[in-house]
Design a protein around this ligand. Structure first.
Ligand code: ZN
Length: 202
């Protein structure tokens, strides 16, 4: 209960700060058959807020999500529109050793929906936060951010123990976030100028 309250507070604060959306380019979030729609929406909203309002389109991937690399990468890329900078597929993999997988020369990644605790459901707050974190890392990798040594950063790559799931950070550290936003601007994303708020002088 405590965890879910913290999650809601963070989401509320973020939504208040973002008053205008980034434009020019988008990201794609593909969902394999069986992926919970509410979970996908939640992940999309979290990542979009963290990326300063960049649009992330959720789209079901009805065919090919069961394929292995490199065929899977080609299928994912085939779903991308001309304005999509990258695509992440949420899918439960049959065999999983890596939770986020990418291919070196394509802007696509896969997030495995498998729960390290083996008992995750889309309604479970810890599980949902975990998938948010992994999707954040997937977008970071797709957009050219490297692995980060800060264990609280979404770009960290340390081996996750099931008991450490509730304590994992879901956000980018300031260093990674700056790299990411610079990459996005270089790729044509236009971020709105931050609003100047006049402070009342007492
Ligand atoms: Zn970082």
């Amino acid at each position: 209960m405590k965890l879910s309250l913290i999650g809601m507070t963070v989401a509320t604060v973020l939504s208040v700060h973002i008053t205008a959306s980034a434009a020019g380019k988008d990201l794609l979030l593909l969902t394999a058959p069986g992926c919970d729609a509410k979970l996908a929406t939640r992940v999309e909203q979290f990542c979009a807020a963290e990326l300063n309002g960049l649009a992330i389109h959720v789209k079901p991937m009805t065919k090919g999500s069961e394929l292995a690399w490199p065929e899977l990468a080609k299928k994912i890329q085939g779903n991308m529109g001309k304005d999509d900078l990258g695509a992440v597929l949420l899918v439960q993999r049959a065999v999983s050793s890596n939770l986020v997988t990418i291919v070196s020369n394509m802007p696509v990644a896969v997030v495995d929906l498998a729960d390290p605790r083996k008992d995750g459901t889309a309604a479970d707050e810890t599980y949902a936060r975990w998938i948010e974190r992994e999707t954040m890392r997937a977008y970071g990798l797709v957009l050219g951010v490297k692995i980060c040594p800060n264990p609280q950063c979404a770009m960290s790559n340390y081996k996750v123990k099931p008991e450490s799931l509730p304590a994992l950070g879901r956000n980018y550290c300031p260093y990674c976030k700056k790299i990411l936003l610079d990459q996005l601007k270089a790729k044509g994303v236009i971020f709105p100028e931050p609003k100047r708020v006049k402070k009342a002088v007492k």
